[in-house]
Design a protein around this ligand. Structure first.
Ligand code: NAD
Length: 343
């Protein structure tokens, strides 16, 4: 396979994982990087041996011939950068959260569609190998037709020291973390028709909500509860594990803390350890997320090579993003929100 030439825009906290993953992928390499902060540009450029460096994205697009661009900046810059990529006819990956609002996200999808440019949102949680293993069991029919799901992420991990901006936004846990968990619920149980939400702020030192509980009706008939908290102190800190319960007509599955996976079907129960691999550049406890970064970037390269639409394309991500908007609207109004009304 010919090697695709890519550029990374945004060389911050999380982008380092993306750079490690690009180094592990045969079909693509990062030939240029961009960050407004010269210090971040220097650190990432030196660490990964990238000589072509830009402080302005316009200059990057003017000077480089790119097969794709990987945007790893924070949300405020996503729309202008995605639209710049579309205007330059460069296929684009954009980190989550895709945009500040659903209206922005729709405009970004439209801009890329009009330019005929592939667009993938870096919505990586569903690419964690334990989550893929859960989906494989659902697809196998071993538990029959799912009628109930609980997708849960509860922790007291200090995410603010690595990502200080998380403490200052009016929106916190649903926009930053809940978006992944809502996406996993869609991945496992299908699209959603309505959502009811409640939120709370337990940590008074931050600006946004740090607890959210959501009840969803899935189009296929299942009901799910998605619950997220950064105010939950447990005996053993589970960060950043997503715990999953699904009940089906013929059995159940449980993904418990420590990646213990129990499946009960018509023929009995199996218990397996489905811990994710610790990649050579990864570090605990982030390793499940780090392996998912490698998996989603590989998927992007496969999609570009084959012309397939990425699983988490911009168009697909609108349906996850709508759940985020619905959760904030519904928590404010204390009313259920119909998802079709948003899309
Ligand atoms: P960060 O602040 O550490 O890094 C962002 C970088 O982008 C900074 O170095 C900043 O100078 C640069 N930047 C901002 N606007 C720019 C522009 N217009 N042009 C060039 N450079 C620009 O943030 P972070 O914690 O690395 O988060 C980045 C994104 O990654 C966020 O959207 C966040 O939600 C997401 N994230 C995703 C995951 C995941 O698992 N998918 C995990 C953590 C963070």
């Amino acid at each position: 396979m010919a090697t695709l030439s890519g550029a990374l825009i945004g060389c911050g906290f999380f982008a380092v994982n993306q750079m490690h993953a690009w180094r592990d992928i045969d079909g693509a390499s990062i030939v240029a990087i961009c960050d407004r902060d010269p210090e971040r540009l220097r650190i990432v450029g030196d660490q990964f041996g990238v000589a072509r460096r830009y402080t302005e994205a316009e200059a990057l697009f003017d000077a480089e011939r790119l097969d794709f661009v990987d945007i790893a900046t924070t949300v405020a810059s996503h729309r202008p950068l995605v639209e710049m990529a579309a205007a330059n006819r460069v296929p684009v990956i954009c980190q989550k959260p895709f945009a500040p609002t659903l209206a922005d996200a729709k405009a970004m999808v439209a801009a890329c569609a009009k330019a005929g440019v592939p667009l993938m949102v870096h919505e990586n949680f569903r690419w964690q190998s334990p989550i893929q293993a859960v989906r494989a069991v659902v697809d196998s029919g071993a538990i029959g037709t799912p009628f109930f799901g609980r997708i849960s992420f509860r922790s007291a991990y200090d995410v603010f020291s690595g990502q200080p901006y998380l403490a200052t936004g009016k929106r916190f846990i649903i926009e930053d973390l809940g978006i992944h968990i809502l996406d996993i619920a869609r991945f496992l149980l299908g699209d959603v028709s309505s959502l009811t939400a409640r939120t709370a702020r337990i940590n008074q030192a931050i600006a946004g909500e740090d607890v959210a509980t959501m009840l969803m009706d899935h189009v296929g008939g299942a009901i799910s509860v998605v619950d997220c908290s950064y105010a939950t102190r447990l005996a053993v800190e589970p960060f950043p594990e997503t715990l999953i319960e699904i009940d089906g007509s013929d059995g159940t599955l449980r993904l418990a803390q420590g990646y213990q996976f129990t499946v009960t079907g018509k023929n009995g129960t199996t218990v397996t350890d489905i811990s994710p691999p610790l990649l050579p550049w990864a570090s605990r406890p982030w390793h499940n997320i780090q392996e998912s970064v490698l998996a989603i970037q590989r998927h992007w390269v496969d999609c570009l090579a084959s012309g397939k639409e990425p699983a988490t394309s911009g168009a697909d991500n609108l349906k996850t993003f709508a759940l985020v908007e619905a959760a904030y609207t519904g928590a404010a109004s204390q009313q259920p929100v119909r998802i079709d009304d948003l899309l």
